[in-house]
Design a protein around this ligand. Structure first.
Ligand SMILES: Cc1ncc(C[n+]2csc(CCOP(=O)(O)OP(=O)(O)O)c2C)c(N)n1
Ligand SMILES: [Mg+2]
Length: 350
């Protein structure tokens, strides 16, 4: 991890060390590989199905960014809370949500994680502590801090991981949030999923401060830049930030440098970047890197590896079948889960 500003990241200890060369256990690499492959294959299929107009709405793919979720999940505890933006397919997959429920959500079916009423941008799984899936750029920054405040108030030791894009980092709400989050030392980890572009606008075109970790400086929030193509680096940074949060010392900002291989959403001519740039990041692909480590260290035999790949393929296939055969929500569902009361005091009739 490239440390930034005043504080150097501490060395963290971890269990299950299986090799002198490698910092993480065999089991961790296999889990990362399996989870990231499932995220990738789920989204490759989702992209194809969207083009075939099997489902509508929006569709923002996380392909290329998988190491960010993989490293965050391995460094977090089961009861911790995660919240993100609309590029939200990989987060619940990493947290273990059944991909059938996710595919059904894309298809707008009642078996979907948000009862078919949220779609691609609004996945939500309370059981896995995944609090969305938010379409308003930057909205989850104050919401995440609010959830963290609530956890502190209730006396739990949960940490909230608040993910947002480099574009969202430009929202004014970030500053109000950072101010209060530091004042009240809320147990949050603010994670910029810095894929270098907000739609077609590069970070360079929006700011004279390109090192996004500096955004925490005015609030004396510890901040680090992290290689987001590496689950190891993400894990180290998140583990350190979570430890700080759990001890009651407050939030940390992580500028996690990653890359999306696909366009912003499904209709993006990508004129703002070169093919060479995309290829450069693809050459550091986290799934390929993990696979190489697994092979080089003989963590799995060829047939065991194939078993994982087949399992992933089958999960995605079954998810599509499940989604296609699931019923649509009943019309009455439109009136459920909507914020309404009979005598809502703020609406006046004229
Ligand atoms: C408040 C608000 N403004 C504008 C938009 C339109 N919009 C959707 S995505 C996006 C870009 C955000 O980029 P970034 O935060 O870097 O996330 P990424 O898509 O790269 O993951 C914009 C401007 C929006 N959804 N909400
Ligand atoms: Mg971005």
């Amino acid at each position: 991890m490239a440390a930034k500003s005043s504080q150097k990241p501490k060395k963290t200890t971890r269990k299950g060390k299986s090799s002198n060369k490698l910092k993480f256990s065999k089991e961790t690499y296999i889990k990362w590989y399996k989870d990231m492959l499932l995220m990738r294959k789920f989204e490759e299929k989702a992209g194809q199905l969207y083009i075939q107009q099997k489902f509508g709405g929006f569709c923002h793919l996380y392909i290329g960014q998988e190491a960010v979720v993989a490293g965050t999940v391995s460094a977090s505890q089961k009861d911790d809370i995660h919240i993100t933006a609309y590029r939200d397919h990989a987060h619940p997959i990493g947290l273990g949500t059944d991909v059938r429920k996710l595919m059904a959500e894309l298809f707008g079916r009642q078996e979907g994680v948000s009862k078919g009423k949220g779609g691609s941008m609004h996945f939500f799984d309370k059981e896995k502590n995944f609090y969305g899936g938010h379409g308003i750029v930057g909205a989850q920054i104050p919401m995440g801090a609010g959830i963290a405040f609530a956890e502190k108030y209730k006396g739990s030791d949960k940490v909230v991981y608040v993910s947002f894009g480099d574009g969202a980092a430009r929202q004014g709400a970030l500053h109000e949030t950072f101010n209060m989050a530091m004042l009240w030392k809320v147990p949050a980890v603010f994670m910029v999923e810095n894929n270098h572009y907000a739609m077609g606008t590069s970070v360079e075109r929006t700011t004279n401060v390109m090192d996004l970790s500096k955004l925490g400086s005015s609030y004396e929030m510890p901040a680090y830049s992290v290689d987001g193509m590496s689950p190891e680096e993400v894990h180290d940074a998140v583990e350190m930030a979570a430890e700080r949060a759990r001890k009651g010392e407050g939030p940390t900002l992580l500028d996690i440098r990653t890359y999306r291989y696909k366009g912003h959403s499904m209709s993006d001519p990508q004129k703002y970047r070169t093919k060479e740039e995309v290829k450069e990041y693809q050459s550091k692909d986290p799934i390929e890197q993990c696979l190489k480590i697994i092979k080089d260290n003989k963590f799995l035999k060829e047939d065991e590896l194939k078993e994982i790949q087949d399992w992933v393929g089958n999960e995605v296939k079954e998810a599509i079948e499940y989604a296609e055969n699931a019923p649509y929500p009943e019309p009455e569902e439109l009136y459920k889960d909507v914020y309404k009361t009979e005598d809502y005091p703020f609406i006046k009739e004229y």
